[in-house]
Design a protein around this ligand. Structure first.
Ligand code: PEP
Length: 253
């Protein structure tokens, strides 16, 4: 049985006060379910991670970072290592979020190095995969998702793979208000699980959680979660409102 997993990606939002207030409100609204019935993570900007980790420390809500660099230390100005993220209380880290791939220009290979480095550093990576609108329209969704998966997971054996969560996030649905239909999400999630089964075997593929992300709101969360291969949700905009995110968390229970 895969435990549902709800993660809120705050992106480049909040400040030192509102990040802590939001984290506290998520804890308060989810204490009866978080940990036991649903895993919950808040994915905060780097500079607020320590304060957010302190704010959730007495709860089952985990903290994640939005990115990581693949080197351990050294002359990499502006970058943050896996050990630094562990040091400030992170459990999870996003790798290859579409805004990193398409706004910042991260390559598939770079994303793969980050996934590997995150696991070696004791973090649980959430590997984001997903197609652009023109790629979907051209019938290339599965090709793109397969490329993101194969390059993102390159070199990981089954043991390391068990630390990974996959997030399917169609780029055309992120921050656009245009959600994939539950059927569209299920089709791609099923494809992803099938591919994982080919690479790692069915038993492991059945254990890996695959999240959907892209304009998830309280009113579409339940329907998405009802799909057989949707194991959780990666939520951007709606995770900035504690009430909405708590409703989404509860849709997973
Ligand atoms: C995201 O940031 O991963 C995301 C899915 O954003 P939104 O929910 O705002 O579409």
């Amino acid at each position: 049985m895969r435990k549902p997993f709800m993660a809120g990606n705050w992106k480049m939002n909040t400040d030192s006060h509102s990040s802590v207030a939001l984290a506290r409100a998520v804890v308060a609204g989810s204490t009866d379910v978080a940990g036991d019935r649903v895993d919950v993570a808040v994915i905060a900007p780097f500079v607020y991670l320590r304060a957010v980790a302190q704010a959730v420390s007495s709860s089952a809500v985990a903290v994640g970072a939005q990115d990581v660099y693949f080197e351990q230390k050294g002359a990499f100005t502006g970058e943050i290592s896996p050990a630094m993220l562990k040091d400030v209380g992170c459990t999870y880290v996003l790798c290859g979020h579409s805004e990193r791939r398409h706004v910042i220009g991260e390559s598939d290979d770079l994303v793969g190095k980050k996934v590997t480095a995150a696991i070696h550093g004791g973090l649980l990576p959430i590997l984001c995969v997903g197609e652009l609108l023109e790629e979907r329209d051209a019938g290339k969704t599965e090709n793109v998702v397969e490329r993101h998966l194969r390059t993102g997971l390159a070199g990981l054996d089954g043991e390391k793979m068990s630390a990974v969560t996959v997030a399917y996030e169609p780029v055309w649905a992120i921050g656009t208000g245009r959600t994939a239909t539950p059927q569209q999400a299920q089709e791609v999630h099923q494809f992803i699980r099938g591919l994982l089964a080919k690479i790692y075997g069915k038993d492991l593929a059945d254990e890996i959680r695959i999240l959907y992300g892209g304009s998830v709101k309280p009113d579409n969360a339940k329907e998405l979660m009802a799909q057989a291969d949707v194991d959780g949700l990666l939520v951007g905009g709606a995770s900035l409102k504690a009430d909405d995110f708590v409703k989404i968390i509860r849709a997973g229970v």
